[in-house]
Design a protein around this ligand. Structure first.
Ligand code: HEC
Length: 165
């Protein structure tokens, strides 16, 4: 009698675990790839990662020129990240993990200037994101990082800000 109870409990436990694993995973994947982040809700976005300080400057005292950065982005980065920064460039379809979608709320909360600079310089090991530090100068990296920041990460703030000359 006791054995039956224990066995039933064990089966229930295993089922609960399986449910947990399978229900959790797709939910996360959907959240990551969803085009509109507004639906995910603030609670989820806040619990994901701490919001980075978006006022931080470029490292090494650099100041990026977004116009120069745009030219480089539209010649080199758009093939993966897309002209509008949504990660849907012509090459994106063939790439796993897919190129970062800069318009996602999770990107906008994390990719401040120092993080962009670092990511572009060193690339992302294990992904197709190249380490541009091997071919670009620090100033050129700052330029393209500033373009990404102003156009995809924080377009509204930049346009409204007092430093909009
Ligand atoms: C061959 C395709 C490809 C090209 C070209 C490319 N990237 Fe990426 N990039 C990726 C992929 C793939 C990722 C996603 C890495 C990941 O999931 O961690 C990524 C991620 C990033 C990230 C985010 C890193 C992070 O921490 O989230 C930034 C910023 C970025 N790329 C900027 C650029 C810029 C700027 C250029 C052009 C100078 C560029 N990329 C060119 C494929 C590319």
């Amino acid at each position: 009698m006791k054995k039956v109870v224990i066995a039933t409990l064990l089966i229930a436990l295993a089922a609960a675990l399986l449910l947990f694993v399978f229900v959790k995973k797709p939910a996360k994947a959907v959240a990551e790839s969803a085009p509109s982040v507004a639906v995910i809700g603030k609670a989820h976005a806040q619990s994901a990662t701490a919001i980075a300080d978006m006022s931080l400057p470029m490292p090494l005292g650099l100041k990026g020129d977004p116009d120069k950065g745009r030219i480089f982005f539209m010649g080199n980065c758009f093939t993966c990240h897309g002209v509008s920064g949504d990660g849907n460039g012509p090459r994106a379809y063939f790439i796993t993990p897919p190129p970062r979608d800069f318009l996602l709320e999770t990107s906008r909360q994390r990719l401040n200037r120092p993080v962009l600079f670092e990511a572009i310089t060193n690339g992302r090991i294990g992904t197709n994101m190249p380490a541009w530090g091997k071919v670009l100068s620090s100033q050129e990296i700052a330029n393209v990082a500033e373009f990404v920041f102003q156009n995809f990460i924080h377009p509204v703030q930049e346009n409204k800000g007092s430093n909009n000359k």
